[in-house]
Design a protein around this ligand. Structure first.
Ligand code: G
Ligand code: G
Ligand code: MN
Ligand code: NA
Length: 254
């Protein structure tokens, strides 16, 4: 269909771009890094959401080319911000389940990092809980390769999948990312607060960092800070921003 046909040309026609959503250190308020989020601007279809086109890209295999572009562009942009003096920024890039199974993904990630002249410790890969759990043996191998390289790995949408705690303990992870569905109703739903607290405690026990996404209010932020959550991301701080606006944000100009 149309989406599928047009998507095949999206990369070469320069129709993709990245937005960057800041991740805030909840204790200090400083910007610790950013998540790169892809957008597809098509001349006739308009702005297509990744929620629509990533599944199509996965089914057709175009995700490999898109993934390469995203990784390369995110590293290139991060290098520019490092050179501008924001040397501590860590960039998070989403990797889907299908990309995960591309056999030379580690080499591709390494090429993007080296090409930009970054060190691997500036990169965090976000992979969903369900992608990891659908093939644990692959995940252990892949995540091990990234850890050996020096990059970190976050489990995205944590709490929505079906993690076995035994499996979680075996994985070379650095971060758990609390899904926004738990954050949204935290102030009025004790059960959601309990889930968030459990994830924070689990992260502590496994010596992992913990990030909450979907923080929209001061109340969300306060609850998470009290729970000991390390980083937060959400509309309270900033929406996903074009590069120029992100630079203004980290520079404290907005
Ligand atoms: O930015 P937004 O909230 O609209 O993203 C919607 C979904 O698309 C999220 O699940 C997000 O993880 C995913 N997504 C955004 N950018 C990328 C990307 O570069 N690669 C992959 N695989 N998924 C992405
Ligand atoms: O699946 P993933 O967690 O990578 O996707 C993050 C998605 O959540 C993106 O589409 C992003 O635009 C969106 N998002 C980021 N912050 C907020 C927020 O505070 N509230 C809501 N509703 N969505 C958010
Ligand atoms: Mn993500
Ligand atoms: Na998420």
């Amino acid at each position: 269909h149309v989406l599928e046909r047009e998507l095949r040309h999206a990369v070469e026609r320069g129709q993709l771009r990245l937005l960057y959503q800041p991740k805030i250190d909840l204790a200090s308020g400083r910007v610790a890094g950013m998540e790169a989020l892809v957008r597809w601007q098509h001349p006739e279809l308009g702005l297509v959401s990744p929620a629509q086109f990533i599944p199509v890209a996965e089914d057709t295999g175009v995700i490999v080319a898109i993934g390469d572009w995203v990784m390369t562009e995110a590293c290139r942009q991060t290098r520019i911000w490092h050179d501008a003096g924001h040397t501590d920024l860590v960039v998070a890039v989403n990797v889907s389940g299908r990309q995960f199974r591309v056999h030379d993904l580690t080499r591709r990630v390494r090429a993007a990092i080296d090409g930009a002249g970054l060190t691997p410790s500036c990169l965090e890969v976000e992979i969903t809980e369900s992608a990891v759990m659908s093939d644990v043996a692959d995940a252990v191998r892949m995540l091990g390769e990234w850890r050996d390289m020096g990059a970190s790995v976050a489990i995205d949408d944590f709490g929505t999948g079906y993690s076995s705690l035994g499996t979680l303990r075996q994985l070379p992870l650095s971060t758990l990312k609390i899904d926004q569905s738990f954050v949204r109703h935290m102030p009025d739903r004790a059960a959601d607060r309990a889930v968030a607290r459990t994830i924070v405690d689990l992260a502590r026990a496994l010596d992992l960092n913990v990030v909450a996404e979907g923080i929209e209010t001061e109340e969300h932020a306060a609850v998470l800070r009290d729970l000991g959550c390390d980083l937060g991301q959400g509309y309270l701080y900033a929406r996903p921003l074009p590069p120029a606006d992100f630079l203004d944000f980290v520079s404290g100009r907005v």
